[in-house]
Design a binder for this molecule. Structure first.
Ligand SMILES: Cc1ncc(COP(=O)(O)O)c(C=O)c1O
Length: 482
């Protein structure tokens, strides 16, 4: 049946199309996991891709055919050769509960528009607070749309809570130079200057040099700034390095300033008995951000923002809205504490998942991915010329191809060439990052089905592209010499 002829809200149409679409997705999942398709990424340059979407008029296409069309022009996150960005592969249970969220469309801001939702969210938050060791009498939090928004919300909360400290001065925060760019973006959004985000240098493992906190704090005071918070990375985006949260927590405690942990990626380690130690000291945090759509198998976006003192979350946004919200601190009217007014019921995907599989399966996923990353790093460095940026701490591996006799700039060019060739070839998907002016290839092991065979194939491709670059480079050199 053509979409135009289909009645808009016909339950039988919904039922039959729904069954067909789930079949398509199940087949896609199977083919992805078994690497049946030649590529994880059917690469086309943006303009060519746009040309295709303009030329193929999808107006009369059956919805199932359009589904296939979208799938076949998208990167496949469930394919084990996807080892790129930190977007996790959604588990079927989570994504089916997400479908329920889309169907119900309960906006959640006020209680009656999300009765089940506000309760599920509160239960998730309570479990998280207790896992992180925040005091049960005072702790609380919210779910919100992504780590970026959650970090901004936490920084607004810190500014509000610390108002008596910074009034008459310029508020500032201190954060590792390796922090995600969203911290600086949040500061800009708050109307701060770039200098109000004080970057703390990192050590050889790209973790914050905590001994620099005191001198930088004193220098800031001298300039008329008041540091209101230190933000710890757990872990950093580029290299997956964990900051020493225990020391940062002590520092914040000493100066009576806010301690925020950006654990968007790596705070998930709390569920892993093997790796929870990386978060030692997190229980001292005033606020913590944790993304479920990274290591915890939920579809994007689903982020928890936890507070040591739940009260502070109510003070962040105090707009009065006569028809919606009053100033009472009621947990069940969630719109008082988040940017979103109409908030997606992201809790259903998480709640459904933990009821079906248990909180422990989060830990198992984290343990597996971290262990795989360590093993893959060893495997990679067994290849000549492949050097790690730093030992692996989480599921992120940074390495590069280093050929003797090349300058740093040439090595950067060679690695950029390798990455671009891998992208365009589409058989595997990896990304790149720059650390201290050196360009590195970067893998985020997000898929527990990625194995040594996939990594070996990737290494072979890297070697082949490196040689290709060298031969072009050599012939350039010869051409210019002649
Ligand atoms: C450490 C860290 N913080 C924040 C973010 C931003 O999170 P989101 O993509 O959910 O907005 C990321 C994303 O990669 C991250 O790695």
């Amino acid at each position: 049946m053509r979409p135009k002829q289909a009645p808009l809200y016909d339950p039988e149409y919904f039922r039959s199309l729904g069954h067909e679409i789930i079949d398509i997705l199940a087949d896609h999942l199977k083919d992805s996991l078994e690497t049946k398709r030649p590529q994880v990424l059917p690469w086309r340059p943006p303009d060519q891709q746009m040309q295709h979407w303009k030329e193929i008029d999808h107006t009369d296409m059956e919805p199932k055919a359009l589904f296939q069309e979208i799938l076949s022009h998208s990167i496949s996150i469930h394919d084990p050769r996807y080892i790129g960005h930190q977007v996790g592969m959604p588990a079927p249970t989570s994504l089916l509960f997400d479908l329920l969220s889309s169907y119900l469309n309960n906006g959640m801001a006020v209680y009656e528009m999300g009765m089940a939702a506000n309760c599920m969210e509160r239960l998730i938050i309570e479990t998280l607070c207790s896992r992180f060791g925040l005091p049960t009498e005072t702790a609380g939090g919210v779910l919100t749309s992504g780590g970026t928004l959650a970090n901004l919300t936490a920084m607004l909360s810190a500014r509000k809570a610390m108002a008596s400290r910074w009034q008459g001065k310029r508020p500032a925060v201190m954060v590792s130079e390796e922090a995600h760019y969203c911290i600086e973006r949040a500061a800009m959004t708050m109307g701060w200057a770039q200098e109000d985000v004080i970057k703390v240098p990192t050590d050889e493992r790209f973790s914050m040099q905590t001994q620099q906190l005191e001198p930088l704090y004193q220098e800031a005071l001298g300039r008329g700034q008041q540091v209101i918070a230190v933000i710890g990375c757990a872990c950093s985006t580029s290299t997956g390095s964990y900051d020493d949260l225990a020391t940062i927590g002590e520092f914040c405690n000493k100066h009576k300033i806010w301690f925020h942990v950006d654990g968007a990626h790596g705070a998930a380690a709390i569920f892993s008995p093997t790796y929870a130690h990386l978060l030692e000291g997190i229980a001292k945090a005033d606020s913590i951000v944790l993304d479920f759509h990274k290591l915890l198998m939920a579809p994007a976006l689903a982020t928890a923002l936890l507070y040591r003192k739940n009260d502070t979350s109510f003070q962040t946004f105090q707009q009065q809205s006569a028809y919606l919200l009053d100033l009472q601190q009621d947990w069940y009217n969630s719109g008082k504490r988040t940017f979103e007014c109409t908030k997606y019921m992201m809790c259903a995907g998480i709640y459904g998942f933990v009821k079906a599989h248990g909180w422990e399966s989060f830990g198992e996923n984290v343990t597996t991915l971290f262990q795989h990353a360590k093993a893959f790093a060893t495997q990679i460095t067994q290849h000549p010329h492949m050097k790690l940026a730093t030992p692996v701490q989480s599921n992120i591996i940074c390495f590069r191809y280093e050929e003797e006799g090349l300058s740093t700039e040439e090595t950067n060019q060679q690695n950029a060439f390798i990455r671009q060739a891998i992208l365009e070839n589409g058989v595997s998907y990896i990304v790149q990052t720059t650390l201290r002016n050196k360009l590195f290839l970067r893998l985020a092991v997000m898929n527990p089905f990625t194995n040594e065979t996939h990594i070996e194939a990737l290494c072979k491709d890297i070697e082949a592209y490196a040689l290709q670059w060298s031969s072009t480079h050599a012939s350039h050199a010869e051409t210019s010499a002649s």
